[in-house]
Design a protein around this ligand. Structure first.
Ligand SMILES: C[S@@+](CC[C@H](N)C(=O)[O-])C[C@H]1O[C@@H](n2cnc3c(N)ncnc32)[C@H](O)[C@@H]1O
Length: 626
């Protein structure tokens, strides 16, 4: 296989990092193995580059060194500089997994599968190891970890510097084989988080980490032995890329010296807690976890901790066949005069009948979502929302005929674009008769108590039920709300109550979701929303109001609900009675209220009190770790 320089991923490791990594792994190996004879330690660098790791291995006294490198142009200089290293100028991924080592160390090449599918295809065709571990969306360095693990002796150590994204990925995104392989065969002993500093000049935006794995002995596997994970978080002096200060920090780590820029702690996640399928929140400090536990005390139902997904089906808004066709713009293809609406067809405006007017819905984009509400004037047009199951008829031809009869102008308008809409559906392998309807997001599947599947039409929910929604991209906890008609496209997620969950306290939940408590949970559990809601639905615990039983707690909940309700309706004044209640509660809450109009702040103070949390502690933790 001929690879160009880009595909070889030749980004070389800075000298001080290589020095650190070699010293670090040597220290760990010697302490685990009770000072073995260094000449007997077989050490491997699987992708040598210009040999920076080799040079430090030699400095540290290693003698049995093996190295692979694919780039033939590096052969002569490497042989010249490192005459005692056993070189193999061939593809490491084709090497024999029976060739075993005690230590493996390096900076393997990074190459995303998405943009280099042909290279991965060829690797899969050529090497059985690659065939075994290939999965879409992976990175080339995953193969280096897999083969590295296979080549390690039990008790042996592997340390790589890589990008850190794989740690938090779930099995849907390329780590299907990697995480099970690591969890089954290895312990993670150490994670050095470099995401706040830059170590590679040519890859400044990249977030990196150094990790150390230890291969398990057979008896450690059988006895399910657990081990702690040491975390070192490296924080920059004043800017991300400062080689001089980086050098000092890595010296500090290896010499076990303290620095205000190094945060060292044991992770609250131990090896036993590592999931084979979900992201790993390795940087989860024990003191943060303790606060999370305090919150979770109030989030159990019938003895088990409950999360958003136990109450809600979280789904995107509507996916339309083509936004430009289905979303009408006022003064463009739609005119509104008095209570009449007119749609533009063939350059003339045609009046819509009353049924049709009901089917034009104001559409909101996620940018209008505000905590507790949304910008009511910020709608981006009127959506044509016809419902597929309105006539409860299986025969699609007849169904369309009835739709056309009831909504003659809307369907005539859509028919202008028939060809185009049909093509889109055909390409997506969907039914081309469905050109009048949203493609997705108008129906959800629910299961009743007998586990029977039923399709629920969401129109009444979009129209008037209480709704909590949030943007599909966000790293803060902003949850909007309304009971009015609110339609959105796929850039918005909606929380639809699961079948049977009829007693959801929307106002209290809304207050909680927008609170400082959930803001803290976002940080603690490393939650950001990037077109994916899985972490949110599976990791945000839901409070159980009935667990707050003291009279003051019941009063607090009442005030929280009241203020939240006002916020959702843009009411800015507080009832005197409620205000006096706050004073009467005598919980030191009143003294913290500087601005009686700042309801969000008052809600936060009440919620913290309710959960028995210390705001200062939470703030200190956020400042320390995040
Ligand atoms: C990210 S660089 C790191 C080089 C060196 N380890 C360092 O840290 O400076 C990766 C190196 O791996 C080499 N390489 C890429 N694919 C390889 C493969 N399949 N087998 C062996 N070496 C490979 C590249 O030529 C490149 O020199």
């Amino acid at each position: 296989m001929d690879l160009n320089k880009n595909q070889l991923s030749q980004i070389f490791t800075p000298d001080y990092i290589a020095e650190f990594m070699v010293k670090n792994i040597k220290q760990q190996y010697l302490s685990i193995h009770n000072k073995p004879n260094i000449d007997l330690i077989k050490i491997l660098e699987p992708s040598a580059g210009k040999g920076i790791f080799l040079s430090h291995m030699i400095d540290e006294g290693f003698t049995d060194i093996t190295a692979y490198e694919l780039d033939q142009s590096l052969e002569a200089p490497l042989l010249n500089y490192y005459p005692n290293v056993k070189f193999k100028f061939e593809n490491f991924l084709g090497s024999d997994s029976n060739e075993k080592f005690n230590i493996i160390i390096g900076n393997p090449p990074y190459l995303g599968q998405n943009y280099n599918a042909h290279i991965f295809q060829e690797l899969v065709r050529t090497y059985s190891m690659c065939e075994k571990y290939f999965v879409g969306n992976m990175d080339l360095f995953y193969f280096f970890i897999h083969l590295g693990i296979e080549k390690l002796q039990p008790g042996g150590l592997l340390s790589f510097i890589t990008t850190n994204y794989w740690l938090t990925k779930s099995n849907k995104t390329g780590i299907k084989h990697l995480k099970p392989h690591i969890v089954t065969d290895c312990f993670i002993l150490q994670l050095i988080d470099l995401s706040k500093i830059s170590v590679f000049k040519d890859a400044k935006g990249q977030h990196n980490c150094i990790f150390v794995l230890q291969k398990k002995y057979e008896n450690e596997k059988q006895k399910n032995i657990n081990k702690y994970i040491d975390v070192v978080q490296v924080n920059p002096y004043n800017n991300r890329f400062n080689e001089k200060s980086n050098k000092i920090l890595f010296k500090n780590i290896i010499n076990n010296e303290n620095s205000p820029h190094l945060l060292k702690y044991k992770s609250a996640m131990t090896n036993k807690d590592l999931s084979k399928i979900n992201g790993w929140n390795l940087q989860y400090p024990v003191d943060v976890k303790n606060v999370v536990k305090k919150i979770e005390i109030f989030c159990s139902f019938n003895g088990s901790l409950s999360y958003l997904s136990d109450f809600f089906i979280i789904r995107n808004g509507l996916i339309l066949i083509k936004d430009e066709v289905f979303i009408l713009k006022e003064n463009d293809n739609l005119k509104i005069a008095d209570s009449n609406m007119f749609i533009k067809m063939n350059n003339t405006f045609v009046k819509l009948n009353n049924d049709e007017k009901q089917k034009l819905k104001k559409l909101f984009k996620s940018k209008v979502i505000l905590p507790f509400s949304y910008d009511k004037n910020g709608f981006s047009g009127y959506l044509i929302y016809l419902e597929k199951n309105e006539f409860k008829i299986q025969d699609l031809k007849r169904r369309n005929k009835l739709t056309e009869k009831k909504y003659p102008n809307l369907t005539a308008y859509l028919n202008q674009y028939r060809r185009e809409l049909e093509d889109i559906l055909r390409n997506a392998k969907e039914n081309i008769r469905d050109i009048y309807f949203p493609r997705r997001g108008s129906l959800i599947t629910q299961f009743d108590i007998n586990h029977k599947r039923k399709l629920v039409n969401l129109e009444p929910y979009y129209d008037k039920e209480p709704k909590i929604f949030f943007s599909y991209i966000s790293n803060s906890n902003v949850f909007g709300y309304t009971q009015d008609s609110y339609y959105a496209t796929s850039d918005t997620y909606f929380l639809w109550p699961r079948e049977g969950k009829t007693d959801i306290d929307h106002l209290f939940l809304l207050a909680y979701l927008n609170s400082k408590i959930v803001k803290f949970l976002f940080k603690a559990k490393n939650i950001t929303i990037k077109r994916s809601k899985t972490k949110l639905e599976e990791e945000i615990p839901v409070p159980n109001i009935s667990l707050f039983q003291f009279p003051y707690q019941i009063e607090l909940i009442d005030i929280i609900r009241y203020l939240t309700s006002n916020l959702t309706q843009n009411i800015v004044s507080m009832d005197k009675g409620k205000f006096d209640k706050l004073k009467d509660l005598n919980l030191n809450i009143y003294s913290q209220i500087r601005d009686v109009k700042n309801f969000k702040r008052i809600i936060d103070i009440c919620l913290l009190k309710l959960f028995g949390l210390d705001e200062e502690e939470i703030e200190l933790l956020i400042e320390k770790y995040y």
